[in-house]
Design a protein around this ligand. Structure first.
Ligand SMILES: [Zn+2]
Length: 458
């Protein structure tokens, strides 16, 4: 099976040129100008960008949380991802207390099997660290689950103490894994939440007011310090606060391998959204919370100057009806999370590249190449080069779309960007050479996505 993508502008993290891309079966075979080759399918990419497929390294599909389950499963979630130009996701398997890591991995593999329409990998969330599970970490790294997420927040549910965190970091020094950290001081936040509730402060905005930026900065600093003592890299997930970014920047200035991602919601939304009337603020209840508007500029600068290395989504949708509503009389019972898997590429292109905040190459780097590098997928994923997987997005930089729950494909009854117009949209998507989105229509097949066995740090 040969697919020829003609006359587009090929863009990678480093290059931009007019060219044709020939895909043979699952891989990129030839890149050239005016390729005169017979193909089974020709895609005209005139006036379009030909981009490596987006890689979203932070999604929560089919995830139990707070007595309910995130509204997208691996089928609807990866289909929405494909519509938005994302061809690989790295989701999170969860080890609950008393369970083995292997059991958690198998459970999440079953959730994805037969459903995913694009490729998927897993990070392992560890909530119970002991001698046995430490040994299991090594086995998982060999099996391609090469990153582990730990929580400094959610005491009694996910939170680990510093000693456990430190042990896990030391283990990755030996086994080549990477620790991803949810950095918020959960103890402090819990006290603030209990105090607010005791004072009768139950509205959604108190979710943000009880999770101060300094609690994120403190945990970010502590996480990096523990990794420094252990002598290993660390990756901070969903960084939202300017104060936390300062901690990463300071560490990087000292030459430490500290990495961090942010998410579109922290670039385009702010604390003000929590003030929406009639429980509307619940749409934005996520952790960390949305910050003051001024943080957005700081994050964009962090992205432009490489203090932040990736943009992921933390896609974790809960419907307003029956899910977010669980917390109508108590903000601490609102399921944490929001949809975003489908809107990332268009939002970041529009608000980043078109607004002059980041270059087109940096856009590709932040949404694809750099996450592929950090998480052991490069150069199979994250670029367009001979031999790499044919995960390719034909992206129209001039098409304007209106973001709305009524037209997007995520399985959730609201959209945090409802009514927002963005210019730059995905037209056609190949996943390992297979057509998944064709001119804006879904033509993929559930179960055609494969598990991504990722490489460890060398
Ligand atoms: Zn998350």
């Amino acid at each position: 099976m040969r697919t020829l993508i003609k006359s587009g502008t090929v863009v990678t993290a480093t290059d931009q040129y007019k060219g044709d891309v020939l895909v043979e079966d699952e891989r990129v075979a030839v890149i050239g100008t005016s390729l005169d080759i017979v193909a089974d399918r020709v895609i005209d990419a005139t006036a379009k960008y030909v981009l490596p497929g987006g890689i979203d390294v932070h999604t929560h599909l089919d995830m139990p949380f707070g007595g309910t389950t995130s509204a997208d499963d691996f089928e609807s979630g990866t289909r929405a991802a494909a519509f938005g130009g994302t061809t690989s996701v790295v989701d999170f398997a969860i080890q609950y207390r008393g369970q083995t890591l292997h059991h958690a991995w198998e459970t999440w593999m079953k959730k994805a099997e037969g459903k995913a329409v694009v490729d998927y990998g897993f990070h392992m969330i560890m909530t119970d660290l002991n001698d046995r599970t430490e040994g299991e970490m090594d086995a998982l790294v060999r099996q391609g689950v090469t990153s582990f997420k730990l929580f400094m927040a959610y005491p009694g549910v996910f939170m680990l103490d510093d000693a456990s965190i430190f042990k896990a970091l030391l283990r990755t020094a030996k086994n080549g894994g990477t620790i991803c950290m949810h950095a918020e001081n959960g103890g402090v936040i819990d006290v603030l939440v209990q105090r607010a509730l005791a004072e009768g402060k139950t509205a959604p905005r108190y979710h943000a007011l009880t999770r101060p930026a300094r609690a994120e900065a403190e945990a970010t600093h502590r996480a990096i310090a523990l990794a420094e003592i252990a002598g290993v890299p660390i990756y901070i997930v969903h960084l939202s606060a300017a104060e936390a970014l300062e901690m990463v920047a300071e560490a990087r200035d000292r030459g430490l391998p500290a990495f961090a991602e942010t998410c579109p919601q922290y670039l385009f939304l702010s604390y003000d959204n929590y003030e929406e009337p009639d429980f509307g603020g619940a749409k934005y209840v996520m952790s960390p919370p949305l910050r003051e508007q001024a943080a957005q500029d700081r994050l964009w600068r962090g992205l432009a100057f490489d203090d932040l290395q990736a943009i992921s989504t933390d896609h974790c949708p809960f419907c307003m009806k029956e899910q977010k509503e669980l917390g109508r009389s108590d903000f601490s019972k609102i399921p944490n999370g929001a949809p975003g898997i489908e809107t990332r590429m268009s939002l970041v292109y529009d608000g980043g590249v078109r607004a002059g905040r980041i270059s087109l190459n940096r856009f590709v780097e932040l949404t694809s190449t750099s996450p592929a590098r950090i998480f052991g997928l490069f150069p199979r994923k994250g670029t367009i080069a001979p031999g790499s997987d044919a995960d390719i997005v034909v992206f129209d930089p001039n098409r304007t779309i209106t973001l709305s729950a009524s037209t997007l494909h995520m399985n959730v009854d609201y959209n945090p960007y409802e009514g927002r117009q963005v210019t730059g949209a995905t037209d056609t998507v190949l996943s390992r050479g297979r057509l998944v989105i064709d001119g804006g229509k879904f033509v993929g097949r559930p179960g055609s996505g494969s598990f991504l066995k990722r490489a460890s740090r060398s």
